[in-house]
Each structure stands twice: as C-alpha cells, then as structure tokens.
Design a protein around this ligand. Structure first.
Ligand SMILES: [Zn+2]
Length: 373
C-alpha cells in the first residue's frame, strides 16, 4: 500500500515539476515575466552568491552555497537578456545621489530592471572558476572579503566542519558540545545531511571555548585533508591581486569583517575592530573599499552605527528587493542556491517570496527529490 502511495506521490511530483517548467516557459513566451519586471522596475535586485564550482554535488554543499558553473552560466545568460546588470558602486552612487530610475531610463534609454551581483566570503573558486565566466560575459561583480582569514590563510571553521563531516569515510563520529555528547550517524547519505545540519546548529549555539574544543574533536576524528580545496579556502592576497588584474573594472571589493563573527554577539570595541581593521587591511593590500557585508546578515543598532562610521553601504541577508530611498545600511538581497535550479531562480527574480522563500524552496526540493528518486 505504502509502495502504491509512494508511486502516486512520485507521479504527482513529476507532473508538478513538469507543469511548473512548462508554465515557466509559457510565462516567458507570453511576456508575464516582462510584465512583472515592468511593475517592479524601480526595485533593484541584489543577488547574493558565495562560490561557483565544478563539483557542486558533494555532501558538504548540502546547503547549495556553491553554485554549479554550468547552472551559473545559464543564470547569467538569462540575466543579461532580461536585466540591466550594473556594478554595486553604480547602484550605491545612484541611490546616494537620489538618481531616480526614471531619470536613468531617460538618460540611458534603458527599459530593463536593474540588478547587481554580490559574492560573500572570497572563496578561491572565485578566481579559478568564476572569473573566466565573468570576463567572458563582461558583467560587474563585487566580492566581500573576510580580511583576517585571508591574512592568516585560514579556512572558516564552519566550512572545515562541513567538509570533514561531508567527506569522511567514518560511519559515525562523536563530539562533546559543552557537557553534552553528540553522536552523528554518517552511515547513509540522508543521515549524513542530517548530521551536517545538527553539527552546525549545535556549534553555533555553544560558547566559543566549547566550540573550539568541539571543532578540534570533529576534525581529528574525521581524518580528511581539507587544505588546498578551492571551494573551501579563501583566496590569498596574491590570488586576489591576480583576480583584480584579470577582471579590471569588472570586479570591486567590500569588507566581510575580519573573522566573520556574529556581530551582534560581540562587544562594542570588537565591532569597531572587526569593521575598521578589515577596511584598512583591504584598502592597504588590495584596493580602497567603502562597502560592507554583515556576516550571516547579523546586525543590531550598535553595528549599524559603527558601519556608518567606516562605510557608505552595507548588505544584509534579508530576503527582498530594494526600492527607491531604501536604507543603504540594510540592503536586502536575493540568495542564489544551487538547490533552487533555474526555475526557483527565475521565480525569485519577479516574485518577492519574502518570508515564504524557505517554504517554497523546501516544497520545491521535496518535489524534485520525488522526481529523482
Ligand atoms: Zn559570509
């Protein structure tokens, strides 16, 4: 009976995905997307990417943060056709000077909705996989750098943990989260994904001292080599200079703090250090920067006040578009995940899914799983 139900669900899933894809093509053909773009023409889209990779389907990319290179090329092709892709600097300058979209339209005789592309964390794949695609397509991007991690040639702890749990050959690992023993079952792909989610959630919610001990325990028991992985480590200053030389004006840089902390959880003095030192370091070693990206999109009023002292804009991870006169220190973005494929990517460009985005993504991926089962 349950087999029959499963089969029915699978057929329904296939039909739903098929219908959605068909609807998407029809919408595009009859101009529904253009109509939405027209109504939202004064609202700028800021896309949030992390990395572009040639190995997207590894367990540690369960959250889809690294987008498959072929999918990215399709996305860029679609964006170039339908949007006016401008640099982040141009967008902020226009906002600051109060240049209305209508004025811009009159000046440039452009009718397309404007969009700008951002990358967080400065992964090394930005140089080796992303840069050639950017150059080929001649589009501008901004990359936000965790300056202190680059300076120390350090992989961010959360990525190290994902890599270890995602790639280890062990079938089970254990670690202490404070006084609590956590056991992770890695015996099959499904339980490995649950283990990745549990481990990350646990580590984010314990003290820094306990976290350090737990990370040490996890890494020592996983027995994997994560050193020279371009989807994991940030670029070095040398690589960043190479990237800048390769892309010229197509790339600009922003700060993603020094050590990628949760800014609202640290002291005033630490906030000042994270925001001012990172700006200084990037300006000294690479190029002057005026833009900030809050790690994890986390900020409070103290963070905003400090950001205003050192920067001229800041992006969050809040989902949404940015209308005229937006708060330039609370810019919203549309995250791009490898898990969304082309359909949800296009949907997110014309329909502000807002707080329902997670729900849509979950439902879509459930249906997709049925389809591929
Ligand atoms: Zn980040």
């Amino acid at each position: 009976m349950s087999k029959m139900l499963k089969e029915t669900a699978r057929v329904m899933g296939r039909t739903a995905v098929g219908c959605a894809k068909m609807a998407s093509v029809v919408f595009d053909a009859v101009g529904v997307y253009s109509l939405f773009r027209f109504f939202k023409r004064n609202q700028t889209i800021i896309l949030m990417y992390h990395g572009i990779t040639e190995t997207a389907s590894v367990p540690d990319n369960f959250d889809g943060r690294q987008v498959d290179a072929t999918l990215f090329e399709h996305q860029i092709e679609y964006l170039k056709k339908n949007y006016d892709i401008i640099s982040f600097d141009e967008y902020v300058n226009n906002e600051q000077r109060g240049i209305l979209k209508e004025d811009r339209l009159n000046t440039h005789n452009r009718v397309k909705r404007q969009l700008t592309i951002t990358f967080d964390d400065g992964y090394a794949n930005n140089l080796y996989v992303l840069a050639p695609i950017i150059k080929k397509n001649n589009i501008p991007i901004i990359i936000y750098l965790p300056a202190g991690l680059i300076d120390n040639n350090e992989i961010y702890w959360s990525n190290k943990v994902s890599f270890c749990i995602g790639r280890t050959e062990r079938k089970r690992i254990e670690f202490m989260a404070g006084a609590k023993r956590i056991v992770l079952d890695l015996s099959n792909p499904k339980s490995r994904i649950s283990a990745l989610i549990t481990a990350k959630k646990t580590l984010f919610n314990i003290s820094e001292t306990d976290r350090k001990k737990a990370i040490f325990e996890i890494i020592s028991s996983c027995d994997v080599d994560f050193r020279d992985n371009i989807d994991l480590r940030p670029m070095s200053w040398e690589e960043l200079k190479k990237l800048k030389k390769q892309l010229g004006d197509l790339v600009s840089f922003g700060s993603h703090t020094l050590t990628h902390p949760l800014l609202s959880k640290i002291s005033d003095a630490e906030i000042i250090k994270e925001l001012s030192e990172s700006r200084k370091m990037i300006s000294k070693k690479l190029v002057k920067t005026d833009h900030l990206s809050y790690p994890f999109g986390d900020y409070d009023s103290r963070v905003i006040t400090t950001a205003k002292r050192f920067y001229s804009s800041a992006v969050t991870t809040s989902y949404g578009y940015n209308g005229q006169g937006v708060d330039i220190f609370r810019l919203k973005r549309i995250p791009v995940s490898n898990n969304n494929g082309m359909f949800l990517f296009m949907l997110s460009l014309f329909l502000d899914l807002g707080r329902y985005s997670e729900f849509f993504i979950r439902v879509y991926n459930r249906i997709k799983l049925l389809f591929h089962d």
